[in-house]
Design a protein around this ligand. Sequence first.
Ligand code: ADP
Length: 463
Amino acid sequence: MLKKKRSLVTYTIIMCGLIMTVGIACLLFIQNSIVKDDMELQAYEKLLQEIRQVRWSLNYDKSDTPSIGREYYDRYEDVEDDDKLYMFLQSIKGDYIAGEVPDGYNEKLSLQSDLDIKSFNGVKYYILTRKARVGKKNIGNNKFMICAMVSVKDIKANYRILWYRTYTVIGVVALFFFVFAVGLRKLVTVPMKELNVAIDKSSQNLDFTEKLRYDGPFLELDMITESNNNLYDRVRREFERQEEFNANVSHELRTPVAVMHAQCQLSREIAEKNNDHEMLESIAVFERQTTRMKGLIEQLLQMSILEKNNVNPSVEDVDLLDVVESVCDDAEYICKKNIQFRYDLVPTIVKVNMNLIVIVVSNLVSNAIKYSNEGGIVKVTCGSDSETCYISVRDEGRGISKEQKNRIFESFYRADTARNTEGFGLGLSQVMKIAKYYGGTVQVDSEVGKGSTFTFIIPVNNG
Ligand code: ADP
């Protein structure tokens, strides 16, 4: 089963995000429980202190009924405290005696030593009660309770600044994380993609002359770029060696093959004179093979000329439409298959070497015919846009697989391993060399079993 690959950067960002979220959640949880405990402690101390104050300012009327003295309330004028406190007195049985109770209060509080939380009218209150006694007498029914209440919301409000600071810190951390994520993408993913595109382009065009560049801050990416450039150097040297070998061999073979070809013609003439049919048959085979060899040598020589930087083929104004039409006319004429040709040609004048363009069109069209099925359609188009001009040949033949696509521009590569078709595997490599010579490229769009489109693209101003 194919494992789905994930981007390392996205993975890192997701993991960092998760770790950060869990960290923040833990910190919030800890802070919340500390604040909760602290709020209870604060409320307890506050209410206890208030109960003490009330106890000191208690007044009694003639029938010993207690009330909260004026001095208790007057004290508040000098104290800066926003918390609304409810202080009241209640009998041990729970009957209200004096003081202020919150809205909705309808309970009979029991005597308790610990802080409690109760809700009235949907508002939560901290409650503390303490026992009190009328005078010093400990007789009869002279006990009552001092009750103190403060709303939880009021106590919570004292922590507002703490929470603001906490959320500000979380916001700043989130902002840093966002900047980190965007930065990481920009500094790692983008250059990685650019490197990949450059490597893909080089290997598709078999052009390893342009060095990869990485100016970013990361050592690992620098190392990858460096080792790719070293690999490029080796591949380039290998190509140069191969091309030098091809050039030397074709040079050495050119003369003997030309002599053999000439001798063939002479022998044929003699055999014709002598009416020697057996000899004529044998000479025909010999002639076919020497013609093939001559073609191969010419192709190799042509390619080595393009490789040499000091040899510049002459240029002239060439109309791509004329070249395509004349090459296709010949191809249609000699085509042994039942192929339908379609054209969409726009006059396109470009400064190039006419012979090189003829080689391009002949190779692309002969391939389209060679690899098409009987009755297939071959469509040839040419034209230009503002910066480039193109010649495109589409067929409905057997198509090319993805693996083959990576190799078809190599010299002597033939995807057809059974070698059922004529050819040396040099045509496309020659077309690519010509495209590169003019600063262009050859694009392939193909699907196995459905056909292929080869597009030769060069800049309009290639000089
Ligand atoms: P050849 O002489 O073998 O045609 P080329 O360099 O022109 O050499 O092409 C290289 C290989 O690419 C071919 O052997 C063939 O497998 C594949 N190829 C080229 N053109 C086509 C096409 N139009 N459809 C399918 N395969 C193609």
